[in-house]
Write a protein that binds this ligand. Structure first.
Ligand code: NDP
Length: 282
């Protein structure tokens, strides 16, 4: 039969439409449009594309977007100074620093400089801490989007064994808290895990965030499992690939997300939703 495809683009379009309608309601009530500041240091091609997409997404829902592009040689002090100004700027409800930052800048220091109530990426230790005690304010966008995709299947998540491959601060680690909150039993794998295939074989939910094309093989997937592919890998032929070997995995899985058109659109939609929440809770 093959897996049902989870259409992240369609689900994200629905979420963006909801955000757009709420922004319009605010405008009718003469409340200010929500504003997102996007800071880009350097000109890495992938980052330029992400920043452009975030700007377009803001415009689509009627939010203001403020772009701050600075050269790669920008000092950490200058960047911290800019964040201080954005923290104080009333027009700005959310601040997003496009990662990765150049090596001479301490990413943790920069994230901690963002005011937690403008931290719409949900990366500040305050927001991560809130998530981990089950009282989130701003949830990191990619894990939040993944949970919406899981919920969209309509399958009862409680009691499921979930295996996440990848333990980054922006995807894998916050997913542990998200899955616990839904009464799943999460396991996280990384480059020191002894037998990842063996871990994945027992999983009702598999979430791949490794950054290696086709890393998760179809033979590892438990029949009927839900497979969420976070990976975005640019292949030499110009195409995009996820971290899951899609063709073999779809033969076995119950549900699977495609790349592109799965997790990616959800990340941006959740960013818009967080920015709206920031504006509404001012
Ligand atoms: P990181 O590079 O920060 O983390 C990768 C993780 O994978 C690490 O925990 C690493 O382990 C683990 N890993 C790498 N190689 C192996 C291996 N051979 N065996 C087992 N584990 C391995 O990546 P991110 O979390 O930032 O991103 C992961 C992928 O998701 C990328 O393709 C990225 O582009 C994509 N992404 C997509 C988003 C979206 O919106 N769709 C958003 C964010 C990311 P260790 O910790 O031991 O090094």
């Amino acid at each position: 039969m093959g897996a049902q495809i989870i259409d992240g683009k369609a689900i994200a379009d629905g979420l963006r439409e909801t955000v757009r309608a709420r922004v319009e309601e605010r405008v009718h009530r003469r409340q200010p449009r929500p504003g997102l500041a996007v800071v880009l240091i350097g000109d890495a091609p992938a980052s330029l594309v992400y920043v452009r997409n975030k700007k377009l997404a803001c415009e689509w829902v009627g939010m203001n977007s403020f772009e701050f592009s600075r050269p790669a040689v920008t000092s950490e002090a200058k960047l911290l100074d800019l964040i201080g100004q954005l923290n104080a700027d009333e027009r700005v409800n959310g601040i997003l620093i496009q990662l990765p930052l150049p090596g001479h800048i301490d990413t943790n220091k920069v994230i901690e400089a963002i005011s937690p109530d403008k931290d719409v990426d949900g990366f500040h230790p305050y927001n991560i801490g809130r998530l981990n005690i089950g009282r989130p304010v701003y949830r990191p966008c990619t894990p939040q989007g993944i949970m919406s995709l899981l919920e969209f299947t309509g399958i009862k998540l409680a009691g499921m064994d979930a295996v996440i491959v990848g333990r980054s601060n922006i995807v894998g680690r916050p997913l542990i808290a998200e899955l616990l909150d839904k009464d799943c039993t999460p396991t996280i794998c990384h480059s020191y895990t002894r037998d990842i295939g063996d871990q994945v074989r027992g999983a009702d939910i598999v979430i791949a965030a490794v950054g290696r094309p086709g890393f998760i093989q179809g033979t590892w997937i438990k029949p009927g499992a839900i497979v969420i592919d976070v990976g975005i890998n640019h292949l030499p032929n110009g195409r995009l690939s996820g971290d899951v070997d899609f063709e073999s995995a779809r033969q076995v899985a119950g549900y699977i997300t495609p790349v592109p058109g799965g997790v990616g659109p959800m990340t941006i939609a959740c960013l818009l939703q967080n920015t709206l929440i920031a504006a509404e809770s001012r």
